[in-house]
Design a protein around this ligand. Structure first.
Ligand SMILES: Cc1cc2nc3c(=O)[nH]c(=O)nc-3n(C[C@H](O)[C@H](O)[C@H](O)COP(=O)(O)OP(=O)(O)OC[C@H]3O[C@@H](n4cnc5c(N)ncnc54)[C@H](O)[C@@H]3O)c2cc1C
Length: 399
């Protein structure tokens, strides 16, 4: 895993008192929390991770990420990769388009990722306490006082900084005064890979009558794939996915699902509480690309940013760049969100060879460049996007 900034031990000013390397407590031992713990520990600070689950073995989850993962976390990316994707096929109402990727996307398995990240964090010196649930944070003379429950017993901890990496319904965020996040359900079923689908190809269906997002089929091996959708309502997600499978003769082998935050504007990741700092990272800070509701790569970028901020006393170029990235995804989602079937048909028709080659060359983790290059090659897509924004504006006015 790469280090952020300087690895020298930093001192943090707390009013008149100087806390040399006071302990950083990270709440949540999942992707964003373990990545933050590793980076902060490598920067020379004492780090303790509190995880509510009895052990670090989250339920399996099949995830697709761009090759950026490799640059962000290094070795763990290789350890958790179970398949590589070289092509996307887009479908809508009988039309289709193919996009070949220049650099393959990675299909990763969450449990493997978490184990690899935990090993790296421990090697960097972080301590991971499982079966430890965070309840509340408040200021005290030394920095921050945390109320936690360890193996059913209430106790108090003290820290200079707390990082909330505890997911979409973050207790750290609520306790420190951040407002609750809007969330959407993301549901996927593991199914047998259909015979006509190559294992290196992801299929995406735009069906605006069912969801303003999309359905996907992501092969995780030669014979299994994750079929899923993002919906606006949990009941709809399950009903639509079941119907979608029935129509295609697919059977669910297992289910994976959770609510994921919707990014609706930048959430400042740091709050001063008395003499301590509270930070948010990952889903807890809605660091999720709202176009695809993917939060792994952006959560790792948030982790880098928060680690930089802790180690460099508030400054982080990574957080500024992440903010721009998430903002561009928000703009694209606003354009797509009110698309009707005819708009999606037009979108697929407009993806000619030149626009498709740019889509395959630039990843969705470089959204501003992607948007600019595709629009340059197919300016009619800009008009279609503007129409989407107008449709959104009109429906907002109507509602
Ligand atoms: C079915 C599904 C498919 C997805 N597919 C993709 C994909 O293909 N690509 C992609 O990029 N993203 C995908 N996502 C989103 C991605 O999984 C999340 O954005 C990411 O896992 C968020 O990581 P996180 O570490 O921020 O939070 P979480 O993974 O939610 O972790 C929060 C951790 O905090 C712990 N915790 C919670 N409360 C407390 C507490 N009070 N005290 C102590 N610990 C606590 C939890 O036990 C958990 O370990 C998918 C999500 C779902 C549900």
């Amino acid at each position: 895993m790469s280090k952020t900034g300087k690895s020298k031990r930093m001192s943090v000013e707390h009013g008149t008192e100087k806390v040399q390397g006071g302990e950083v407590v990270v709440v949540g031992g999942s992707a964003a929390g373990l990545c933050t713990a590793n980076l902060v520990a490598r920067g020379g600070r004492r780090v303790r991770v509190l995880e509510a689950a009895e052990e670090l073995s989250p339920a399996p989850r099949t995830l697709i990420v761009t090759h950026q993962l490799q640059n962000l976390v290094g070795a763990p990316a290789g350890e958790c990769t179970v398949n590589k994707i070289r092509r996307f096929e887009l479908f809508t109402n009988g039309r289709s388009a193919q996009v070949a990727l220049q650099q393959p996307d990675l299909i990763i398995e969450r449990t493997k990722l978490i184990h690899a990240l935990a090993r790296e964090a421990r090697e960097a010196g972080a301590v991971i306490d499982c079966d430890t649930r965070f309840h509340a944070v408040a200021p005290n003379a030394r920095g921050l006082r945390l109320e936690v429950e360890t193996k059913g017993k209430r106790e108090e901890l003290h820290a200079a900084s707390v990082v909330g990496a505890d997911g979409a319904t973050s207790r750290v965020a609520r306790s420190a005064g951040w407002p609750a996040l809007e969330t959407v359900p993301l549901l996927q079923a593991i199914v047998r890979l259909p015979k006509d689908c190559p294992p290196d190809t992801v299929r995406v269906w735009f069906v605006p009558a069912d969801t303003p997002y999309f359905y996907w089929l992501i092969p995780e091996s030669e014979d299994r794939a994750a079929l899923g959708l993002i919906a606006e309502d949990g009941g709809d997600a399950s009903k639509c996915l079941t119907q979608f499978m029935e129509k295609r003769g697919m059977e669910p082998l297992e289910w994976q699902g959770a609510r994921i935050p919707v990014y609706r504007g930048w959430i400042p990741v740091r709050r001063r509480i008395g003499r301590g700092d509270v930070y948010l990272v990952g889903d807890a800070a809605a660091q999720v690309k709202v176009t695809t509701v993917g939060g792994i790569v952006t959560g790792f970028r948030g982790a880098r940013g928060v680690a930089e901020s802790i180690l460099e006393n508030g400054k982080s170029a990574e957080l500024n760049s992440l903010r721009r990235e998430l903002g561009t995804h928000w703009l694209i989602r606003r354009a797509l969100h009110h698309f009707e079937q005819s708009d999606y048909c037009r979108l697929v028709d407009l993806l000619d060879g030149s626009a498709r080659s740019k889509l395959g060359e630039i990843t969705r983790d470089e959204s501003a460049r992607l948007l600019w290059e595709v629009a340059r090659r197919q300016p009619k897509l800009v008009l279609l996007g503007l129409r989407g924004l107008l449709l959104g504006g009109n429906s907002a006015r109507r509602s």
